[in-house]
Design a binder for this molecule. Structure first.
Ligand code: MF3
Ligand code: CO
Length: 249
């Protein structure tokens, strides 16, 4: 069942997502050669707590950290560690909080120092595909309009869409219905309604879409070892169209 939110509930979800947005925005300045992914995790956790929020991922199905840090061929759910970022890496940062009854969830992929043109194009297209999906998040459209548009933007330049992980509804729970695949046919699927909050999160591979999970039980990597990027926003569908709750105000 898809849970529709009242306007005042959307405002509370916005407050939660704004904390996530502030954390991600401050992490942008910290991502540079020499920093460890653990330092990024600690910064995110401390800032969220300072804002009175609880990091949403820590303890979720046993996940041990506050932040997901996915480097290069890591797709999502990369775990913070003593790993030192180096020039030319790319890193996906996925963060969520629980604040006053509502979850916020957002992700970005950043370059570490100067990166190659292929990596740069991958990041650019992945973010574009997210915004193409968001544009479709309006009353009267169907879920497949989001999925199909994301897929089109990703595949036109020759990249591929990860199948094994999807976006999701969000609200009083981190994961609610519907599941939001990043591939599919326009015009298909459930009708989108004002009051839905959707976490749209394309995961895009440079090569093949196939992924596998490392023996740590969490880290998702590309099967072919090529790069992957991830962006995510939590978006409310309103009578005035999509409202990106996790975009920094
Ligand atoms: N943005 C991801 C999601 O919504 C992050 C979950 S990481 C986990 O599923 F550790 F919490 F699973
Ligand atoms: Co999510």
């Amino acid at each position: 069942m898809v849970i529709l939110k009242l306007p005042e509930e959307i405002e509370r979800a916005r407050a939660s997502n704004q904390i996530v947005a502030e954390v991600l925005s401050k992490l942008r300045d910290k991502v540079k050669p020499g920093v460890t992914t653990r330092e990024l995790d600690q910064f995110a956790e401390e800032l969220a707590q300072k804002r009175g929020a609880r990091p949403a991922f820590k303890g979720y199905r046993g996940y041990p950290y506050s932040l997901c840090t996915s480097v290069n061929e890591e797709v999502v759910h990369g775990m913070p560690s003593a790993r030192v970022l180096k020039e030319g890496d790319i890193i996906g940062l996925d963060f969520g909080v629980f604040y006053k009854g509502f979850f916020g969830d957002s992700a970005i992929t950043l370059p570490v120092g100067k990166i190659g043109p292929g990596a740069s194009k991958l990041i650019e297209v992945t973010e574009q595909s997210l915004y193409a999906g968001i544009e479709q998040a309006k009353e009267g459209n169907r879920l497949g309009d989001i999925s199909g548009c994301v897929q089109h933007v990703v595949e036109a330049p020759g990249f591929s869409v990860v199948r094994d992980f999807v976006g999701h509804g969000i609200g009083r729970n981190l994961h609610e219905e519907p599941q939001i695949p990043n591939y599919g046919k326009r015009g298909r699927g459930i009708e989108l309604k004002s009051g839905m909050i959707l976490a749209i999160e394309p995961m895009v591979n440079q090569g093949d879409y196939k992924v596998k999970i490392l023996p740590d039980g969490w880290t998702v990597v590309t099967e072919d070892g090529r790069l992957s990027a991830h962006f995510e926003h939590s978006v409310a569908i309103t009578d005035n169209g999509p409202d990106i709750l996790s975009e920094l105000n």
